[in-house]
Unconditional design. Sequence first.
Lengths: 302, 238
Amino acid sequence: MTAQGDAPAQRGGVIHDIGYRRYEGARLGRGAAVRALFSHSVRAAYGFGRPGRAKILPFALVLIMLVPAAVSVAVVTLVPEGTPVELIPYSRYAFFLQAVVAIYLAAQAPQAVSRDQRFRVLPLYFSRPILRTDYVLAKFAALGAALFGLMVAPLLVLYGGALLTDHPAGRHTRDLLEALVSVAVLAAVLAAVGLVIAAFTPRRGFGVAAVIAVYLLSYAAVNVVQGFTMSQGDEGAARWAALFTPFQLADGVRVWLFGGEPAGPVAPAAGLAGAVFPLVALALVLGCLGLMVLRYRRVGLA
Amino acid sequence: MNATIAALTARGLLGRRRSLLLIALPMVQLFIAGGIRLTGEVSTETSAMFLQTFALGAVVPLLGLIIGTGVIGPEIDDGSILYLLGKPIRRPVIAVTKFVVGAGCVALFGALPAVISGFILTGPADDLPLAFGVATLAAGAAYVALFLMLAVITRQAAVIGLLYALVWETLIAGLIPGAQRLSVRQWALALADRLTPEISVVATVGLTVAVLALAGVTVLATAYAGLRLRSLALAGDE
């Protein structure tokens, strides 16, 4: 049969041109990839670009953060002239609502990094021209920015309220700017700590528990130790205990930078000794980021 | 109760890294209690304060969160709950079994360390440690039941539970005293208050209300979890 004789030639195959094209547009490179990862992560931290269910929680937390500020402004507006009512101070607002901030961190830090590990998309990221360090820094910057937004929104409400109710604009502007710096420090510390814990716990539910456990334990431990040492009349020990919980650590940086009332029970040491607070904060952030880079050296291949 | 489910639940809870966290929490508590004891004379008020803020205020809610969601959450997350639900076992039995395992773990990692750290602080003569042992056990069981119910209802169980434990019980109850009436922590404190009459544990609710509320929350939450398990809808992963 002639057909059989022809078969080998046909089996050799024909490549049909079905119209695939090469990508000929501009290749944006590493910087654009990092920026894309950053903006995607910031949006995801508030649930944008994700289903409605993912938006409920961050929005609810932002709302809870705003309520005391709105109430404070309302009270100041409604009480009669001359009553000694003040707005909640900017510098201590995040400290006052730290439980809400911690819950946001516990919910969003695993969201930011655990999903990438669990759904095994890291190899896709790392096959692009971004380095592992870029990935870590982009996630850190994104979560930090999201936390910053969460903590700054109520401050802007307070600031708006202050301007509308004839508070001294100069003093309030200065206080607000100081608060922005200290909130940025706090956001950096929290984002670094939260991310490093989440990066080591790929199961989301467990990541939430681990982040909140670290926050709550450090908070309760420092409170108990400070209460005890203060009752013993030992202010020094109480002062240094503040280093061990993120909110008091960041507050110590603020007091060292700008002075003013501490949010915790004791003021951090003045002068050179107070510089321990910014140094510890910096070391903590860098240490956490370093640990994450180490982690991603291996985990990305899985 | 079903022994096989209990064994599987306990293995899932105590295996892997989750158990590290479960052990770390009471260890930190014992460590700090020991540290306080070593640095000076400890008054009964200080001990009560420690047990109130650290054991009852932080460790027990955390254990409730980790254990309560941990007994069922991972199974719902990865879908393997289907194999359990496919067996001819009454759904309320599953919920009760998981609750009992969780309550046992709270007793082991929460109530027992509370008693031990109380003894470390006050010495064996006082009845403060035992009072807080009972209080932490009751509160822990209620938290486990609540978080178990939340884990069956929603994937965001951990975060919603945290909103209750941290924002409602701590922040709002601190500002609005009325909120303390609906607080597991305050109910447990009322229990501890009754068991150690000489200590000034400040409880805002009466004993009868507290006991009824703790028992009611525990039973109702477990029952509702069982009810919800009868028609569990597995949502796709987010």
